[in-house]
Design a binder for this molecule. Structure first.
Ligand code: G3H
Ligand code: 13P
Ligand code: ZN
Length: 309
């Protein structure tokens, strides 16, 4: 089947109370691992591309590789722009064949966010593409997605209702305590499920998106550190909380950090265990396997989207 939008997958996920994984892709190994895992689990899946991934791999290469994955697998796959920074980037991706874009206006004030999002929605909808918007600010620091933790600001449920009404966006990313990267919580992990419940009460038919939702898998952090890495004290969002989020109305859960860790942990392990290796297929092959099993575990045991394709 061709690339799909997220419309139908979100409708079903809201009815049946589970979430769909949105996994960031940067090269062939990620695309293969994620789509093979989703195919094996018979789960819908969202492949997402940030603007820095576009800078790294090139839009044409990413499109062609995703096209190949769509041909190779028989599941609903959506191609999504992650954290679209401006109208032009969203338009470029829509024109290139993405089925979904995010316009991240969370760095602007409410009115500016509304007008930028509305502009993207009008263009996207005229082309049959859906739009994710963001209201509220995530804590944490991650590459180009950069908000200091002092600025952390939860999404206001009343504003969320007004925002969706005025922009016509198809899904909404909210801030309830997650953050990007490998250091999510200083003390105990905590998500504001009370805010999620209020938002769902006001917007029962709007798919809700959770960014910064890697669990920062301890086994992978350990594997990195045991093999020469230096990422002490990394801490993510516990799986039980993510599962609860899926059951309570979050339809899309974003994962990048965990797949970066999966790739890095295996590459480090192979290099450390056998310094004579220099065939990239040997270490990238192990990395691809680890990414695949990471995605499979999330689909089967955390997001609960297996057999929903
Ligand atoms: O949420 C952000 C993603 O992890 C993308 O990060 O801009 O480094 O590709 P990136
Ligand atoms: P993590 O850094 O928790 O993987 O979040 C990724 C993300 O939100 C992509 O938009
Ligand atoms: Zn994000």
């Amino acid at each position: 089947m061709p690339l799909v939008t997220t419309k139908e997958m979100f409708e079903k996920s809201m009815k049946e109370h589970y979430a769909i994984g949105a996994f960031n892709i940067n090269n062939m190994e990620f695309i293969q691992a994620i789509t093979e895992a989703a195919n094996e689990a018979k789960s819908p899946v969202i492949l997402q591309v940030s603007s820095s991934a576009i800078k790294y791999a090139g839009l044409k290469y990413l499109m062609k590789m995703v096209e190949a994955a769509v041909e190779e697998n028989d599941i609903p796959i959506a191609l999504h722009l992650d954290h679209g920074p401006d109208f032009e980037t969203c338009k470029m991706c829509i024109d290139a064949g993405f089925t979904s874009v995010m316009i991240d206006g969370s760095k602007y004030d409410f009115e500016e966010n509304v007008s930028l999002t509305k502009k993207v929605v009008d263009y996207a909808h005229s082309k049959g593409v859906v739009v994710e918007a963001e209201l509220g600010k995530l804590a944490g620091i991650e590459d180009e997605v950069n908000v200091s933790s002092n600025d952390a600001m939860y999404t206001d449920p009343d504003q969320a209702e007004e925002f969706v009404k005025r922009t016509g966006c198809d899904s909404l990313a909210i801030a309830i305590g997650t953050s990007h990267g490998a250091y999510k919580f200083k003390g105990e992990a905590k998500l504001r499920f009370d805010i999620l419940a209020k938002i769902k009460e006001k917007l029962p038919n709007t798919p809700i998106v959770l960014h910064g939702a890697s669990s920062v898998i301890p086994k992978l952090v350990e594997m990195c550190n045991e093999n020469g890495g230096n990422i002490p004290g990394a801490k993510g969002c516990p799986n039980e909380m993510l599962k609860e989020a899926g059951e309570k109305g979050v339809s899309k859960i974003n994962v990048d950090t965990d797949l970066r860790l999966a790739m890095t942990a295996q590459i480090r392990r192979v290099f450390n265990e056998d310094p004579s290796i220099f065939d990239p297929r040997k270490y990238l092959g192990e990395a691809r396997k680890e990414i695949k099993s990471t995605v499979l575990d999330k689909i089967n045991n955390v997001f609960c989207s297996a057999n929903k394709a």
